[in-house]
Design a protein around this ligand. Structure first.
Ligand code: PEP
Ligand code: MG
Length: 567
């Protein structure tokens, strides 16, 4: 990956965070060479051990500092990584090896190796943390051996386009527009953790871009995070066209304010997806009318025990207080699969965690965790001026929905809903609407389960495309059943953040849209340019198409206001 790759042409991936970025390519070097086996230290074991542990502590402090700078969900992830770096088991392993004469670099490598095997073998939650562990190991070895730190340089002369096979949380957390003009990865899908964080940071991003890591370092590239194109060595004219379009679009976006509505005044509340109180400022700044998805698992992430009742209550109250008069939809813990929690592992071995005991299913096993969470929510809502709605993830059947709604009522929570993210729930939405107060469609998991395509696999990004007509059919089924049953039906999956698709979702009968805060202005401006009838026609046309690509084109033909916004 050093300067041999193509210098002209256009590569295409999946645009996951809109905006235009221009800059020289910086290839993310993750590979730190393995310290040679058999390398020995000079004899002072105590000094060598101290050298290794100081490096680990330095890495932990650096991760925490990156977290503090990033805030929000990223901070939680990085603090968890810092905790891993301070694991006493790792330190003990290093101490034993160094006592046997092994050099600090090699001792770190081997001690992490043992941990790595344990994690990888454990599957599920623990296996998913192997990348985080490798990142800590590489940073520590780089420090010990005086090699450049892997990851993103923070002192570059101009913003660069970061290209990588994939990005660790430590990398994405420092991606602000001051440092990074855009990022592009070979791997990752539109709903991967990386893509969600990129959108939260407002940095243009393209994932699943085949061949991009072969682009020569230093090549200037123009990244369009909406269309997914990566233009190598663009001409002055191409850059000017892209920049003008982006500037015009930014001006139009900032002009659209107020509640979400179509051109003919049909109200569509625009809400924010948050991971915790740290995301509230961006939500308010982007004009969110409330919270449509509070992913509470971030409060529980990487802890050996659940947060105390008081800690939960405080976090929920902070969120409610940010939207007096607005609505706040809190999702109960969605533990398991891509959101594993240390203290709530699946009860048995799970060869396929995405199809295992996750989400609401884990509450069946640990009802005390659900009751504690519902109790904290009820106490936080008492006296609040916001309207609290609580919903459960991963509901498949009416019996599950009924059980959850009953638990909410027992806890004194008046509004209980469910996420529609399993095809069975979408197909039988009429049944489910009888026992809950509202639906919120999670298009990320709904696509994963409808297409049997792991949402974390870049190679299957095409099947995760929320424009797939089959997915639109499922959304239509759920929204229609909700309407017939007199219930509301929002969308809180990443599909809602695509301004064109947002119009289609409204046309399918969806009543509110919730998304990462930076996506709100574009969705607001796009809705404001189209009537409900145009949205309806666009939705019909999209459902009548045979492929995702055709659905996009068919919908766009009914949405003439897109050109104004360079969409
Ligand atoms: C979804 O599945 O679409 C969703 C919103 O939930 P999450 O991405 O947290 O699984
Ligand atoms: Mg989900």
């Amino acid at each position: 990956m050093t300067g041999q790759g193509p210098v002209r042409g256009v590569l295409t991936g999946v645009g996951v965070s809109p905006g235009v970025g221009l800059g020289p390519v910086h290839l993310l070097a993750h590979e730190i060479p393995e310290p040679p086996a058999g390398s020995r230290h000079g004899g002072d074991a105590a000094a060598e051990r101290a050298r290794a542990l100081e490096a680990l502590e330095h890495v932990a402090i650096d991760l925490e500092a990156r977290g503090a700078k990033a805030g929000g969900e990223a901070q939680d992830v990085l603090e968890a990584q810092a905790m891993m770096a301070r694991d006493p088991g790792l330190a003990d392993g290093i101490g034993e090896l160094v006592a046997d004469g092994v050099a600090a670099e090699r001792a770190v490598y081997e001690s992490f190796g043992r941990f790595r095997e344990l994690l990888a073998g454990a599957g599920g939650y623990l296996a998913a943390r192997v990348a985080d562990l490798d990142d800590i190991r590489d940073r520590t070895i780089a420090l010990l051996s005086g090699l450049p730190m892997p990851g993103v340089p923070t002192d570059a002369a101009e913003p660069f386009v970061l290209i990588a096979r994939d990005l660790a949380p430590a990398d994405t957390a420092v991606l602000s527009r001051d440092v990074v003009a855009a990022f592009v990865t070979e791997e990752g899908g539109p709903t991967s953790h990386t893509a969600i964080l990129a959108r939260a940071l407002g940095v243009p991003a393209v994932v699943a871009c085949s061949g991009v890591t072969a682009v020569a370092a230093g090549t200037r590239v123009l990244v369009d995070g909406a269309s997914g194109s990566v233009r190598l060595s663009p001409s002055e004219e191409e850059v000017a066209v892209a920049r003008n379009a982006a500037a015009a679009r930014a001006a139009l976006l900032s002009a659209a304010t107020g509640p979400g509505m179509t051109a003919d005044g049909h109200l569509v509340p625009l809400l924010a997806n948050i991971g915790g109180p740290g995301d509230l400022a961006a939500a308010v700044a982007n004009g969110a009318e409330g919270v449509g998805l509070y992913r509470t698992e971030f409060l529980f992430l990487d802890r050996a025990t659940p947060p105390s009742a008081q800690e939960q209550e405080d976090a929920y109250r902070t969120v409610l207080d940010a939207f007096p008069g607005g609505r706040v939809v809190v999702r109960t813990l969605d533990a398991g699969a891509d959101k594993p929690l240390a203290f709530l592992p699946p009860p048995g071995e799970e060869p396929n965690a995405a199809l295992g005991e996750r989400g609401l299913r884990l509450f069946r096993v640990h009802p005390e965790v659900m009751d504690a969470q519902l109790g904290a929510l009820a106490r936080a809502a008492a006296g609040s001026r916001a309207k609290l709605q609580v919903m459960a993830p991963m509901v498949a059947t009416r019996a599950e929905a009924e059980w959850f709604a009953e638990a909410c009522r027992t806890a004194g929570l008046p509004e209980a809903g469910i996420m529609i993210e399993i095809p069975a729930a979408a197909l039988r939405a009429a049944d489910l609407a009888q026992v809950v107060d509202f639906f919120s469609i999670g298009t990320n998991d709904l696509a994963q389960y409808a297409f049997a395509a792991d949402r974390q696999l870049g190679a299957l990004a095409g099947l995760q495309d929320p424009w797939q007509p089959a997915l639109l059919d499922l959304v239509h089924a759920a929204a229609s059943a909700a309407r017939a049953g007199g219930k509301t039906c929002g969308v809180c999956g990443e599909a809602a953040a695509d301004p064109v698709l947002a119009c289609v979702l409204v046309g399918l009968g969806v009543s509110s849209l919730s998304m990462g805060a930076p996506a709100l202005p574009a969705v607001r401006a796009t809705l404001a340019r189209h009537s409900q009838e145009q949205c309806h026609l666009a939705a019909q046309a999209a459902r009548g198409a045979a492929t995702a690509e055709e659905a996009r084109a068919a919908a766009r033909a009914h949405l003439p206001g897109l050109a104004d916004l360079s969409l």
